[in-house]
Design a protein around this ligand. Structure first.
Ligand code: DX5
Ligand code: ZN
Length: 220
């Protein structure tokens, strides 16, 4: 399968958001990754439903929401109304993950589960049959621009192994510290979706586009 690029607008220039979204649109196979933070689950505050609603009107790309908030379920319905397609929440944030997955699916959306770097995959193994995305955090959630944590590679490999052995279908997404070099490693380990914040938005677009096209040609 061809991999998906999901630039995270957390690292974008908010003064020129439509220009930044246009960069994402110029990439093949791309989604918009939306990091929603409430300064409780993570020590940072990002943006919410009104911003998402506004950008929904300028692009048809899939919207991939990553919830880093207390009470993630409060946001499911407003996010659906704002035009989000995928909602991913953190396993560390709930004791009733299956209930939350059901809620997301009942809204007609796709559901994802995410793991912080220190959370082992065994914590979500029993719910993997019910999710569309497994989001492996390769940095501590909260901020763009952190260094990729290498032990995430084993987690991605394990996620792929479980998917194969149990004949499951979730996409493996990797989030944090992805650039043209770490992308090669995570793709080899089995990632399907590359979330990219600072690498995508903080480098000259021409360079990033050429590097990603090269990655696509290397045919992972
Ligand atoms: C961190 C976010 C990431 C972040 C990625 O909590 O979930 O999506 O924006 O940014 P980079 O690619 O700069 O690590
Ligand atoms: Zn994210």
């Amino acid at each position: 399968m061809k991999f998906i690029i999901a630039p995270s607008i957390l690292a974008a220039d908010f003064a020129h958001l439509s220009r930044e979204i246009d960069k994402i649109q110029q990439m093949p196979n791309s989604w918009v990754h939306l990091d929603i933070m409430d300064a409780h689950f993570v020590p940072n505050l990002s943006f919410g439903v009104p911003v998402i609603k506004s950008i929904r009107s300028i692009t048809p790309l899939p919207f991939d929401a990553h919830l880093m908030v207390d009470n993630p379920e409060f946001f499911f319905s407003p996010l659906k109304d704002a035009g989000v397609n995928y909602i991913t929440f953190h396993i560390e944030q709930t004791n009733v993950p299956l209930k939350l997955i059901r809620k997301i699916k009942n809204l007609g959306l796709k559901a994802g589960i995410s793991l912080k770097p220190a959370t082992p995959i065994s914590e979500v193994e029993n719910i993997l049959p019910y999710v569309d995305i497994l989001l492996v955090m390769s940095v501590e959630p909260g901020f763009s621009g952190q260094k990729f944590i290498n032990s995430s590679l084993q987690k991605i490999e394990k996620a792929k192994e479980i998917r194969e052995s149990k004949k499951l279908h979730y996409l493996i997404s990797v989030d944090g510290g992805i650039n043209n070099k770490t992308a090669v490693d995570v793709l080899k380990a089995g990632a399907d979706i590359l979330v990219m914040g600072s690498y995508f938005f903080k480098n000259p677009f021409k360079v990033v586009k050429a590097q990603i096209e090269k990655l696509i040609e290397s045919n992972f």
